[in-house]
Write a protein that binds this ligand. Structure first.
Ligand code: ADP
Ligand code: ASP
Ligand code: MG
Length: 401
């Protein structure tokens, strides 16, 4: 089999753990598989680099950030390669560029445009284990890019797709996908299988166990993912097509996203084009606006509320400055969180949303904003109630049974 294995930050968090990963990779190779390994930076390393940049500027250039952040994954790929070599396994360590990963120029959240699989193929044909630095690529004009937080998952899926690998194994400190983050709700249950669409919603809504774009790409390319534990040898969770899952629960999981902030514009001059101008200005800075609520205007004024990633709030403030003149006031609230209920079963059942709202009411949690799609309900709440909300919803939908 051709396997792509990805090891996350905790799995390569210190030298002993890198040695442990080397043994796991060597075992797969010794069993006769062709192996491409993708690694993250050591846990905490990317955050440390971000802090270092913030020491000099609250809004560093995204291009410089990419050069800086890509270094973390290079360290671990080289170290793992050295460790495997010493064990007698021939390897090639590669940066994103050397692995042929070409991206667009959206610095800090670049999209993979294509992969030239030649260098990877050649190394595999020579019987070598390939160790790729995750999370990074190169623009056609040679600038280093990174693929967004958690982006090593995307590297792994993209390589699995480009090589037609049999499976993409994503190893972390948790042994699969649970009905909610087991760190918040110890009663969470491990799912044997989950559909791409549900996993995509969970990941997009804050379950950082898999990066959302990696799931989107896996669905598009038909790459089967298994989420597994680095530290325990037990079966993980298979992420695959909905058709391959026999038992379809009404709700499969609860997700929490703390990286949310709310921007409230009050008394905005109600004229055609104002929303377009605001959201275009934000889009120009690649800021992802999530929920948007505009209340019905009166006296020629209206209120506009929207959410943005909390870690982009400084940039958002800068972008919003020129709009201050057209608003009565602009308020920024970084202490909100988004809690979401996800399940394909919602497509065919009613009352799922009502139950979510009822549960919040019982816990006395105020819902500040709501958005829904075919398979999810999301609510913005005060961040201090986030864990309570997750546990209450988990129990309301009987996910612990
Ligand atoms: P890595 O650093 O290896 O990429 P992550 O920290 O990104 O790993 O993802 C693993 C973490 O995801 C787990 O430690 C767990 O706390 C968290 N997590 C959040 N939601 C879920 C979920 N539904 N199922 C499993 N783990 C989850
Ligand atoms: N090191 C990067 C991050 O922390 C990418 C990854 O780990 O997947 O986001
Ligand atoms: Mg991750």
């Amino acid at each position: 089999m051709l396997l792509v294995q990805k090891y996350g930050g905790t799995s390569v968090g210190n030298l002993d753990r890198i040695a442990h990963v080397a043994k796991k990779v060597a075992k797969a190779k010794a069993e006769g598989h062709d192996v491409v390994v993708v690694v993250s930076a050591m846990s905490g390393e990317t955050n440390k680099l971000i802090e270092w940049a913030k020491h000099f500027s609250p809004t560093p250039s995204k291009r410089d950030m990419d050069l800086l952040l890509s270094s973390g994954e290079r360290v671990t790929s080289a170290l793992l390669s050295i460790a495997l070599n010493e064990m007698g396994y021939p390897t090639v360590a590669m940066t994103g560029r050397q692995a042929g990963i070409v991206t667009d120029d959206t610095h800090t959240s670049a999209r993979i445009e294509r992969i030239d699989p030649k260098p990877l193929r050649q190394a595999l044909d020579e019987g070598k284990i390939v160790v790729v630095a995750g999370f990074q690529g190169i623009t056609p004009d040679g600038r280093v890019t990174t693929l967004g937080r958690g982006g090593s998952d995307l590297t792994a899926v993209a390589i699995a797709g480009a090589l037609g690998a049999d499976k993409c194994e994503i190893y972390s400190d948790v042994d699969g996908i649970y009905t909610t983050d087991p760190r918040i709700e110890p009663k969470a249950r491990k799912l044997p299988k989950i559909s791409y669409d549900e996993m995509l919603e969970l990941a997009s809504l804050g379950a950082k166990v898999l990066q959302n774009r990696s799931v989107e790409l896996a669905k598009k390319l038909g790459v089967v993912i298994e989420a597994k534990s680095t530290f325990e040898d037990v079966p993980g969770t298979i992420i695959t097509k909905e058709e391959e899952i026999m038992e379809k629960p009404l709700v499969s999981g609860i997700a929490l996203d703390r990286n949310q902030a709310r921007v409230s514009l009050q008394g905005v001059k109600d004229r055609p084009g104002i929303a377009a101008e605001i959201f275009k200005a934000l889009a120009n800075e690649s800021i992802n606006v999530d929920m948007i609520v505009q209340t019905i205007g009166h006296d020629g004024h209206t209120n506009l509320d929207f959410t943005v990633p909390q870690n982009e709030l400084e940039l958002v403030r800068r972008v919003m400055e020129p709009f201050g003149r057209e608003c009565g006031s602009i308020e920024y609230d970084p202490s909100v969180a988004k809690v979401s209920v996800v399940g394909v079963g919602m497509k065919s059942h009613s009352g799922v949303a009502a139950k979510a709202f009822e549960t919040m009411a019982q816990e006395n949690i105020n819902i500040e904003m709501i958005s829904t799609s075919e398979i999810k309900i999301s609510m913005i709440i005060d961040e201090k109630y986030s864990e309570l909300a997750v546990r209450a919803l988990h129990s309301a939908y009987e996910l612990d049974r």
